[in-house]
Design a protein around this ligand. Sequence first.
Ligand SMILES: Cc1ncc(COP(=O)(O)O)c(C=O)c1O
Length: 395
Amino acid sequence: MVKKGKRLQDSTLCVHNPGEARKFLGAVNVPIFQSSTFAFKNTQEVIQFQRGRPGLYLYTRYANPTVRAAEELLAPLEGGEDCLVTASGLAAITAILLSRLKSGEEFISNDCIYGGTFHLFKEVFTRFGIRVRYVPTTRVELWSKAVTSKTRALFIESPTNPNLRIIDLKAAVGFAQHHGLYSIFDNTFATPINQKPLSFGVDAVIHSGSKYFAGHSDLICGAVIGRKKDIDQARRMMLCLGGCMDPQAAYLLLRGLRTLPLRVEKHNENGMRIAEYLSTHKKVRRVFYPGLESHPQHDLAKRQMVGFGGMICFEVVGGVKAATKVIDSLRIPINATSLGGVESLASLPVYTSHYGFSKKELERAGVTGGMIRLSVGIEDPKDLIADLKQALRKI
Ligand SMILES: Cc1ncc(COP(=O)(O)O)c(C=O)c1O
């Protein structure tokens, strides 16, 4: 880890945080510790490990030096004391929530969240007696109605997937603190480069590291960042559930993180250019991008974000049929789910992130058939605009 002292800027942190790597023959990059288990000198050392002596490793599901290096980079980047990385974003959500809740208890979630998170809550948590109550994303003043004597936590995502609604972070933290709820924030869309929820008083941040952190659409991983004691608890849950990160994935994650600030800067720039273009197009009914002045929460987004990212959602005239035509006509953005990679991806939320939602669930999440979600990559925006133009001409 970088030497303690003045907190470094994000771009410095991302390239100068080799964890314990330097110990190993001075390697500049963190080696991949492709080992499931670790040898002890003798039983005394095993006992020392169990008593918490740092620098010792037992078994990769518990911890691994390559994996640890990723955690040591992400904790200060989000402004937390510690980090737990996991096999996926959903594994991160599961670890932190299950470490805080038990059967019979409840938590609150905003109503526009990633579809996979929704399915996890609906199909797993509910089955094991943990109830979720949904609240309107943009109306924190109404959230108190969902609080009962059993409510323990608040789970929120902003900007939301796919429609980029914004949660008032200050108000949400005030709400959670007032009701004694543990607050968890999904910061996947913004990344810590554009928004640092812990600095607003959120208790824990989670990420699907499969997205901007990885940056190259080549791995699945997740992270939870927060106070050390909370991360210790989440780690205990993760190692019981078994959702640990693989050392190869941790290496790729570290590699991706080195350029995170640079990439996000370009995503911000391209996102803005494309959103501006789409908002002038007559075949486009609505553009959801927090950087646009026309976004109903633009002022709020400006207060809590330093950039608006590369995620855009737009609704074309003509519903799902027209949206399908447009997406199938695109030549540069790849018709694929996921987001946050260097290459632009386009998807129809009704067939991907929100597939399987009932009509009512789609309505509550604010997802329509005519919506196209665009993860704007780092290509030349002129090429992307020309491509969108020809695709929109088809409807
Ligand atoms: C906002 C958000 N949170 C969480 C997840 C889940 O992450 P993973 O696919 O890494 O499990 C996703 C995945 O698309 C997401 O978009």
